[in-house]
Design a protein around this ligand. Sequence first.
Ligand code: 4NP
Length: 155
Amino acid sequence: MRVLMVCLGNICRSPMAEGVLRHIAEKRGLLLVVDSAGTADYHVGESPDQRAVRCLKHKGIDITGLRGRQFEQQDFDRFDLIFVMDRSNQRNVLKLAATDEHTSKVRLWLHHATEHPLDEVLDPYYGELDGFDRVYEMIVAASEGFLDSIEASSR
Ligand code: 4NP
């Protein structure tokens, strides 16, 4: 399965989601191709935000090698599922959908964090440093929920 994580800038939430999901999938021995992209082109070619890098380094996850890229229409055909961090990302991605199949691949990432009260991973870019820890907790919950659902459906 191939999954794409999408946020606005592709330097905070979606590279964190990419790193965390890949890490947890590897620990579970699941084969999963994971990538990430931003709906905007502000940070194309850039490394992840230092606050995101530092947050994940404490958890043993290295995302320093990732580089920002912009979501493009071909991503609908490259990936089985496209997980958006918030509804603004969802609207921007859906604007590029050309078919019902494209539309059907787009999901809110926190849909999989079933015990979490929020359904959007809100943008930590302009907030406090602890915003990144909250993003991390939400992303872990969604990653565990998503991988549980894959494992359940393959049984
Ligand atoms: P992200 O955070 O969407 O989680 O990568 C942001 C990064 C940069 C900007 C906005 C959000 N920006 O406006 O530059």
